[in-house]
Design a protein around this ligand. Structure first.
Ligand SMILES: [Zn+2]
Length: 444
């Protein structure tokens, strides 16, 4: 018996001596005994196109034309989105799942169905002295960004969400200034002045694109609008930065942290376009989101230690590729639409006598008699305009809210192979925490 042990040990020593070190090392790795450094990343950029599903992906590919969308070669799987209490999630429960790895009820931010407060992956990264950032085109206190920092039973309590953001996140860029200002100054806070509090806490406060480009501070609070930022189609003429410009500025600041960073970037208004069944707004905001993803991919490529994940939180609108009984799809015609349905409606006079002219100006096409009649007699002008435009693009919509369809997920950079197959939305932050080697109660 003793003799046999000796022979085994001898054989092992011989194998180690004969085989190249890499081969022996690899056999240990396969068995999971050693985790090489290449299995970890320093930085994560978590990019969420709110409301974007597979049918948005297909329509956008056709809309874009020759060059494929930047994320197409990096598709790694699909994601289930249901919440704890419904097959059709809202953005609060979906954001909570993507941020904390726990399913909760629709309407709830950062809390379990039992009412316990949940720590998010961003908060865990902050505790580990990593830089943290949130970049959105909605109010910073809106459901998706809120889920990464706040815990409130009701998503509509945005005035309660705002104070939870200051101090917890190094870089905050987006809209919703009124949520940070006291009522006496036209804001939504009872008495607190969160902008003053932020300044005292060392944040640089900025409000314009120019200030964003010149900012030089480790902590930044950029509020570029009282409410949400303008839809990309209507942004010209404002002082607001694009999502890509905000992403670039956030990365410029966060990369200075020697411990790495966690940045969440939301293409917030793809969802709002979906709620309005506004196909042109949806495509244009996906384009703006793609520019931000391009900034993130460039950064990750140069850095070599950054993982970029692109995943929507749910589908909005249940749109289709092709519709109305035709074997055709024409989302590319939406490129000629120069404003959102909401904006176009605002340009139509009360008696709707200038309808044909306004539509020609902003959509590039002449209304047929039937379309003109349909819009003129409609109760809801914006909806009617959006319906006519979607019909021209052969895009169908099935609902003004969300649907429960699965969502594509894309990953770029080291460890991107860790996200693959059919995932649940709650799996994603756990995998990200693992590849970033975060000490996170949820992940352990
Ligand atoms: Zn929504």
């Amino acid at each position: 018996m003793k003799h046999r042990v000796h022979v085994t040990v001898l054989l092992f020593v011989m194998i180690v001596l004969i085989l190249p070190a890499e081969t022996v090392f690899a056999s240990f790795v396969q068995e999971g005994t050693i985790t090489p450094d290449s299995e970890q990343v320093k930085n994560i950029i978590y990019m969420i196109p709110d409301g974007y599903s597979a049918s948005y992906a297909t329509n956008y590919r056709i809309y874009k034309g020759e060059e494929e969308p930047i994320w197409d070669p990096h598709l790694v799987g699909m994601v289930k989105t249901h919440s704890a209490d419904s097959w059709v999630t809202d953005s609060a429960a979906a954001g909570t799942a993507l941020a904390t790895g726990t399913k909760t009820s629709n309407g709830t931010i950062g809390m379990s169905t039992e009412g316990e407060e949940l720590e998010s992956i961003l908060q865990a990264a902050g505790k580990q002295k990593k830089g943290t950032g949130i970049v959105v085109t909605t109010r910073l206190t809106h459901a998706t960004p809120a889920a990464f920092v706040a815990s409130v039973p009701l998503r509509i309590d945005e005035a309660k969400i705002a104070p939870q953001m200051i101090g917890q996140v190094d870089v905050l860029l987006g809209g919703g200034k009124k949520m940070f200002v006291p009522e006496a100054e036209g804001g939504m806070q009872n008495s607190r002045h969160l902008l003053n509090e932020a300044e005292d806490a060392g944040y640089a406060l900025i409000e314009t694109k120019e200030e964003l480009q010149n900012v030089n501070s480790a902590k930044v609070l950029g509020l570029f609008s009282e409410g949400a930022l303008a839809p990309e189609l209507d942004r010209q003429g404002t002082q607001e930065p694009s999502l890509a410009e905000m992403t670039e500025a956030a990365l410029h600041t966060l990369k200075q942290n020697p411990n790495g960073f966690f940045l969440m970037v939301e293409g917030s208004q793809i969802d709002w376009a979906g709620h309005d069944n506004d196909a042109a707004w949806a495509m244009k905001d996906i384009e703006a989101f793609e520019e931000a993803v391009s900034v993130a991919f460039d950064f990750a490529e140069k850095d070599g230690n950054t993982l970029v994940v692109v995943v929507g939180d749910h589908d909005t609108g249940g749109l289709s590729v092709g519709a109305y009984g035709q074997y055709k799809a024409k989302p590319d015609m939406l490129k000629q639409v120069k404003a959102t349905g909401k904006f176009i409606a605002s340009q139509v006079n009360k008696r709707r006598t200038n309808l044909a002219d306004v539509m020609k100006t902003y959509t590039g096409f002449e209304l047929t008699k039937k379309e003109l009649k349909q819009i003129k007699k409609a109760d809801h002008l914006t909806n009617a305009i959006n319906q006519v435009i979607s019909r021209r693009a052969l895009i169908g919509w099935t609902t003004p809210v969300h649907t429960g369809t699965d969502i594509p997920i894309y990953a770029f950079g080291p460890c991107s192979d860790r996200l693959h197959g059919l995932l649940d939305n709650t799996d994603i932050p756990l995998i990200l925490a693992d590849v970033m080697d975060l000490e996170w109660e949820k992940a352990s």
